[in-house]
Design a protein around this ligand. Structure first.
Ligand SMILES: NC(=O)C1=CN([C@@H]2O[C@H](COP(=O)(O)OP(=O)(O)OC[C@H]3O[C@@H](n4cnc5c(N)ncnc54)[C@H](O)[C@@H]3O)[C@@H](O)[C@H]2O)C=CC1
Ligand SMILES: C[C@]12CC(=O)[C@H]3[C@@H](CCC4=CC(=O)CC[C@@]43C)[C@@H]1CC[C@@H]2C(=O)C=O
Length: 255
């Protein structure tokens, strides 16, 4: 089923995105990695060698995303699957009473811009291309997978911007799935708990250890490959659509 499949993965140079790129390639797919010019995307594509291309993309830019889609067509001739992993994590309380300072509005806007609007930008621009595929026996033309976070549901202190951005991704999942249903394009969102990636590794190891202890089972950070396996299952299972799936070892984050 994956043989010849063409995927585009945003944030594909690192963490959950990179694991997804590797899994799609392992299954016989071809992949376009979209990530910031400053990311290790070029080296990643070189390491992975065949059936992979890197395109420098800021997901908030219409021009960049259109360019990535054109490269996808030029190199691989079609697009079947989009996986949106690009994202940033920011943390600040709504008001810092010690410094007598409100939340910086630019930081709030940037978080929404990348995590929510960037995801929407990629979906809106790629849907037309996926819709050009001939339908399979089930009428399916392709799949879009988004990445939210459990912070969309149990946002912690300091996560107003991050949680709002991820809740937006959860909120748009069903309406976009409905918008694209007639074309046979499915839309599913994954809400990961805590995964060991460079984003998580910004935290000091003792903080990571104490976070791990809050995960009921298995009491550890998720491996990025476990995220990639869920992406694979979503692609394989035609009944999954319009839904957000928590992937969190039953974690409910504390305030
Ligand atoms: N690691 C974790 O525990 C969790 C991660 N997530 C989400 O999963 C997604 C992937 O995160 P990780 O792999 O952990 O982080 P990461 O920091 O390892 O990877 C994120 C990638 O997104 C890219 N990126 C950032 N802004 C971009 C932009 N404007 N345009 C294009 N690419 C951009 C970065 O360059 C980076 O390569 C993010 O959306 C994150 O919010 C959600 C829940 C938990
Ligand atoms: C986003 C997430 C939870 C966080 O808020 C942190 C982030 C790792 C980097 C961080 C460093 C800090 O000093 C403040 C907190 C945070 C922004 C975490 C990575 C994954 C977490 C998540 O999405 C959980 O669902």
């Amino acid at each position: 089923m994956f043989k010849g499949l063409v995927g585009l993965v945003t944030g594909g140079a690192s963490g959950l995105g990179r694991a997804t790129v590797e899994q799609l390639l392992k299954q016989g797919g071809r992949v376009v990695i979209c990530d910031l010019p400053s990311s290790p995307g070029q080296e990643t594509a070189k390491q992975l060698k065949e059936n992979v291309a890197f395109v420098p993309v800021d997901v908030t830019s219409e021009k960049d995303v259109k360019n990535a889609l054109q490269t996808t067509i030029d190199k691989f001739g079609r697009l079947d699957v989009v996986v949106n992993c690009a994202g940033i994590a920011t943390a600040s309380r709504v008001y810092n009473f010690k410094k007598d300072q409100p939340f910086d509005l630019k930081s709030f806007q940037k978080t929404i811009e990348v995590n929510l609007i960037g995801t929407f930008n990629v979906i809106r621009l790629s849907a037309g291309l996926i819709g050009k595929n001939a339908p399979d026996a089930d009428g399916q033309r392709g799949v879009i997978v988004n990445t939210a976070s459990v912070a969309a549901f149990d946002g912690q202190i300091g996560q107003a911007a991050y949680s709002a951005s991820k809740a937006g991704v959860v909120g748009m999942t069903l309406p976009i799935a409905r918008d694209l249903a007639k074309q046979g394009i499915r839309v599913v969102t994954i809400a990961p708990g805590l995964f060991r990636t460079p984003m998580m590794e910004q935290l000091p190891e003792p903080a990571i250890k104490s976070l791990e202890a809050t995960v009921p089972f298995p009491p550890r950070l998720g491996h990025p490959q476990e995220f990639a396996l869920l992406v694979q299952s979503i692609i394989q299972n035609p009944m999954l659509n319009g839904e957000t799936i928590r992937l969190d070892g039953s974690l409910r984050m504390q305030p």
